[in-house]
Design a protein. Structure first.
Length: 381
């Protein structure tokens, strides 16, 4: 008999969400986390409304600032577009606090938390998976790989990696009260601040999270680009508390998302919004979908069919539609300027609706999508 029904590798949003669902269903579940908890996690920490709705627990205790207004600035167009809603669009949090809240809830729901516990090997046996870890051997009927963009579990299970990993750099910057007040009202995104990418400023309780990312995999000048961005914003980065680089999988694996008795979820699967690179909400939802596929207590084939069907229904179509929008936003500046000059506010409203969970990228007005498609095809790769 296996030690657990399901072993989940990674205590981030995907892993914690899966553990919460499985624990509530009465499954024997363990969460294996490489580091001691709580631990710092490089992330802007913007929890969009759909993610908060999918969290499965009240996230209010770790929200540092709730923002009802968001602005996208287009540097090359010389203007900005603001959207405001009655309910917060983005809740500002620090990932170490959010992750700890989620995994603590999972532990309270019956999940065993093994941390620190690093996975070093994976062996598929008849009807089970054995994980070799720094805390000894762990055997489970199924494994959910939720250990992030660079986690080893998917590779150990035999997945090739077709994800597109975009580089990002973020600073956590303590600022004076006057500077904080300048940015406190709204998170901002700056398209064109970085070639083939964007910059962002997220206001936390007493500091700013400021970062840049490029959709070009080989971008190596992010430190210089972030320094220029800070100068443009008038933010003194000299007292930077933390500087962290990361990679964000803005293109998912091609599938399947289950191999034998191992499922991938969250960043490990590449489930990240391709337009904004926001990954918390899809991590939460994919973790839940993986857990629901396993909570039925069915066999390997049924679990695979259930998970793939759920992804095909809820996540994969929106990622495909979002990639078209992202291609326009980040790869074709001239087309972006032209379309935003004419449709900018409606496009920003549409992205805000995605944040809110009102709809996905696939419901962006058909006429606009058709214009994008024709112009992008004429522009070439």
């Amino acid at each position: 008999m296996s030690d657990y029904d399901v072993a989940i590798v990674g205590a981030g949003p995907a892993g914690a969400a899966a553990a919460l669902v499985l624990g509530r269903a009465g499954a024997r579940v363990a969460v294996l986390e490489r580091e001691s908890l709580p631990r710092y996690k490089t992330c802007g920490g913007g929890l969009v409304r759909r993610g908060a709705a999918w969290a499965g627990v009240d996230v209010t205790p770790v929200v540092e600032r709730a923002c009802r207004r968001v602005t996208l600035y287009l540097h090359d167009l010389g203007c900005g577009f603001t959207v405001e809603r009655a309910e917060p669009l983005i809740a500002m949090t620090m990932r170490e606090r959010l992750d700890f809240l989620l995994v603590t809830a999972a532990a309270a729901g019956g999940a065993a938390l093994l941390a620190p516990c690093e996975v070093q090997s994976l062996t598929a046996n008849a009807g089970a998976v054995r994980l070799g870890t720094t805390r000894g051997s762990v055997q489970a009927d199924f494994v959910i790989a939720a250990d992030g963009a660079l986690g080893p579990t998917a590779r150990l299970a035999g997945w090739p990696d077709e994800r597109y990993l975009a580089p990002a750099l973020e600073y956590e910057i303590p600022v004076n009260d006057r500077t904080l007040a300048r940015f406190a009202a709204e998170p901002r995104f700056d398209a064109g601040a970085v070639p083939f990418g964007y910059g962002w400023v997220f206001p936390k309780a007493s500091h700013l999270s400021v970062g840049v990312m490029s959709m070009h995999r080989g971008a190596r000048e992010l430190h210089e680009l972030l320094a220029r961005y800070l100068t443009f914003l008038g933010i003194d980065g000299g007292r930077t508390r933390r500087r962290h680089g990361s990679v964000i999988p803005v293109r998912s694996r091609s599938g399947p998302f289950i191999r034998g008795r191992v499922l991938v979820a969250g960043d490990a699967a590449g489930f990240v919004d391709p337009v904004t690179a926001e990954g918390i909400s899809l991590a939460l939802r994919s973790g839940q979908l993986a857990a629901q596929a396993l909570a039925r207590g069915s066999g390997e084939a049924d679990a695979a069919a259930a998970y793939e069907a759920a992804l095909s229904r809820e996540i994969l179509p929106d990622l495909r539609a979002g990639r078209l929008v992202a291609h326009l936003m980040h790869q074709h500046p001239a087309l972006r300027r032209s379309l935003f000059a004419r449709f900018g506010q409606s496009l920003v409203d549409g992205v805000a609706d995605v944040f809110a969970g009102a709809h996905g990228y696939g419901t962006i007005p058909r006429r606009t999508v058709a214009r994008w498609t024709r112009r992008v095809r004429r522009a070439g790769p």
